[in-house]
Write a protein of this length. Sequence first.
Length: 484
Amino acid sequence: MYFELAILKGKLAGYRKTITKTGRILIGRDASCDLAIDDPLLSRQHCLLEIAENQVKLTDLKSRNGTYVNGKRIEEEILKLNDEIKLGKHVVYLQPIQKQTATPVPGRICNRCGKDLKEEDFAFLKTTNYAGTSYCKVCIGQTIESRKARAKAAPLDSKEEVKLQGMQTSPFSPNKSVPGAVSPPKMTKKIISDEMTIPLSNVSLPPGTPSTIGHYQILEVLGEGGMGFVYKAQHSFLETIVAIKVIKEELAAQPDILKRFVQEAKLGVSLDHPNILKIHDAGESDNIFFISMEYFPGQDITSVMKRKKNISVSTALKWAIKMSDALSYAHKKGVIHRDVKPSNILVNDQEEVKLADFGLAKAWQKAGANQLTASGQMLGTIQYISPEQLENSKNVDPKTDIFSLGASIYYTLAGYPPFGQEPLGKVIQNILHSPPAPLQRADIPKPLISVLMKAMAKKVEERFASMEELRNSLQKVYDGLQQQ
């Protein structure tokens, strides 16, 4: 017996998702959700389905308009089959289904081998859709193995590993030509940059990847996320190396998402600080909306922690001071980041640090600010979000970044978020009502613990008065360590 998540009413009526294994499904308006529903009554991150061996639990994530099961507003509920779940204008059911007989999907074939793709392939996740093109399980496996073999033969230097705004590195790298795929033009000219020299004739891009965007020649895919792709590219005339962030075509058609994308470009281009990833340009070319930004060959802190396991207190403080410098500068420019987290903090081997992703940032004024989101909608990554942003994002001020930076510093020292990783419902309760878990490392000085606890105070008025004040406190702890 398998389960099916079926939407019976609303704009997405007819949508069906087959569930064959345990896991979590985040539902909301944000495109990064597992099930993104364009419904003005939904919060960005509205509710969470947790599927275990013997039960399915639904948790409301402090949504403004609530999550309803059989007409009753719930905070947390163990679901029964055929319960009616109401989310805004949408009605959703979790119902049992029988395994279907495999039948071809009209007009859907593997773009590599030409094999017919069947309903079962899509339902049970035996295919992957990449940049609007589908591939069968066998071809996916071949390309992944091919990539692993190449990586084993010639491992990348850490300087060449780049991850922007939490996007995961794409696993797809073709090993043979694909009919209809767009390939970059053959060129013998080499790209000269501070990072490396690349013969353009050797550039190989995944199928469906544009070879050029505006004046930029695409070199490789750096990452893919719910909102879009990040490419490494070269300016055709200036020959500079940049990173190109592209919004997915289906999302560009949604006015609120496109407006947020444009706002990121406008706010980002106004910020010029050595510890903020610089945005150079933005525009539209052949219906592709893009942002051109500084190419920074480094890794985000989450990836660094997975590789190094343990970051020294001195190093963590140096990173934190640079981040507080960057955020203090942004606040003085009237910009709140609102999504400060380890995966948005990039570092390289020279210990240069850059803050990335102002996609959720807003222009802030003491008298109030025009919001791109409705009052009460929750934005940002839950594990590092401030209590006031969880409860009502309309009234956030720069102190929300103080809380999130404190939580990010905590993660860098501890290796885990201060209020837990999951389940998300429990994380939310911890952020709202519980103190951070005690830091276990004996080498962390007590003054630093005091600084972090003040930064992560539940009440806004109990935190540091400004990011500059937090920066000065961190500097004082760092100077004390150097004198020991």
